[in-house]
Write a protein that binds this ligand. Structure first.
Ligand code: GLY
Length: 414
């Protein structure tokens, strides 16, 4: 099988690693790819914002399956263009990807489907934003309605900062703050059948102890030993299933990866956000534990035969990933630092670039992700931080507490 992966981040690097382990895959291409994916997949030039360019590339390569990583091409209609070219595609149509592309659309789907989520108001004026902030109180949660490259969500006690974010975005969803630990649940779906993957947790704040600004994610671990028994079945029944059914009822079947971001509140699990793609950095840990061949699973979804796919198999043990971010991230990351340790096993590339002279330099906010597995979370953590300790670049930022609470050291805080 010839598989084309679209994207250039650590998520796509993790997808490529898992696809390369599938013996059914005899040709793997990542477009545009990065210096990490280049070691395991062919690269191809692609502007991910160009759906027709992607469809043309997939046809030219003779791809049997296209796997679209990031949200931007999905919302722009990349999956529609690939399917129109007669090629199987893992990724939702532009219409279904609005679950991520518009917070207001997602809230409407949840409301129609009876899915538990935070109460929210769509605000398009400073007056309506001020009223919604007063209604829900602190901490204020202000979300840009559209895609915002990981910068759309502000959670703050500072009313002025909340109002400023609303004014900057123009159209926002302001919602009630959901208390409780967060869980990321990935559901592979063909629009009818749903196959949940192992739940994971990511760490959104920049600094240890959940301090500092929100980021795209500073680390993740899997599995979550503190989840109640039956959590996954319950979340599929109460959240994923009604959402997928509601989309199908609207004539927009969701084929791809439904990312359900949940908060475990005292009233039960509630949706914090939906995404229309694999999450980053959770993918790095979830796929590290997946034993089932990935291409077969994604192809079964893409060809709407997921109901016939065998049950998933998982490695025992745990996986941890620690993100290494650039100096100045997330506000204004500085690029161009020499990166040492980029070729180590377990290192996934995101914001890196290979210069003409062969040197690896930083070229983005989240630069690398150090991923390791182990017999349990403590062992996986220790192995991941061993990798971190061998990576270096000027101004490198990372958290020291990824999976610390869950690994038992601070079990009461998990
Ligand atoms: N980990 C959060 C995201 O992928 O959006």
């Amino acid at each position: 099988m010839r598989v084309l992966v679209v994207g250039s981040g650590a998520r796509e690097h993790a997808l490529c690693l898992a696809l390369a382990r599938d013996t059914a895959v005899d040709d793997l291409i990542c477009a545009p790819g990065n210096p990490g994916t280049e070691a395991i997949a062919r690269s191809a030039v692609l502007d991910v914002r160009d759906p027709d360019g992607l469809a043309g590339l997939a046809a030219e390569l003779g791809a049997d399956l296209v796997v679209i990583g990031p949200e931007l091409p999905l919302v722009a209609g990349a999956a529609d263009a690939v399917r129109a070219a007669g090629i199987a595609c893992f990724g939702p149509s532009a219409a279904a990807a609005r679950l991520e592309g518009s917070k207001a659309f997602a809230k409407g789907v949840m409301s129609a489907a009876g899915v538990p989520t935070a109460a929210a108001r769509l605000c398009e004026t400073p007056e309506s934003a001020a009223a919604a902030l007063a209604e829900f109180g602190r901490p204020y949660v202000v979300k840009a309605d559209g895609l915002a490259a990981g910068k759309g969500v502000v959670v703050t006690d500072d009313r002025d900062a909340a109002l400023a974010h609303a004014a900057e975005c123009g159209r926002v969803v302001i919602e009630q703050f959901l208390d409780g630990p967060e869980v990321s649940m990935f559901c592979v779906t063909d629009g009818t059948a749903i196959v949940p993957l192992l739940p994971a947790q990511d760490f959104k704040r920049l600094q240890d102890g959940d301090c500092g600004p929100n980021t795209g994610g500073m680390g993740a671990y899997c599995p979550l030993p503190w989840l109640p028994a039956g959590f996954v079945d319950d979340a599929v029944a109460r959240i994923a299933r009604p959402t997928i059914t509601e989309l199908s009822r609207r004539g927009i079947p969701f084929v791809g990866l439904l990312y359900v971001g949940l908060a475990l509140t005292s009233d039960g699990p509630k949706v914090v956000e939906f995404n229309a793609r694999f999450g980053d950095p959770e993918t790095q840990v979830v796929l590290a534990l997946l034993e089932t061949p990935l291409a077969g699973l994604l192809q079964a979804a893409a060809t709407r035969r997921l109901a016939y796919h065998p049950a998933l198999r998982w490695r025992s043990g745990a996986a941890v990933t620690v993100v290494l971010a650039a100096d100045g991230y997330p506000a204004s990351p500085r690029s161009g630092a020499d990166v040492g340790g980029g070729d180590l096993p377990g290192v996934l590339h995101a914001g890196t670039r290979r210069r003409a002279d062969g040197r690896l330099v930083s070229a983005g906010g989240r630069v690398l992700s150090a991923t390791a597995t182990g017999a349990d979370l403590a062992a996986a953590r220790s192995a991941a931080y061993d990798v971190v300790d061998r990576i270096s670049f000027a101004g490198m930022q990372f958290r020291r507490d990824i999976a610390l609470a869950a690994s038992g050291a601070l079990a009461s805080r998990a």
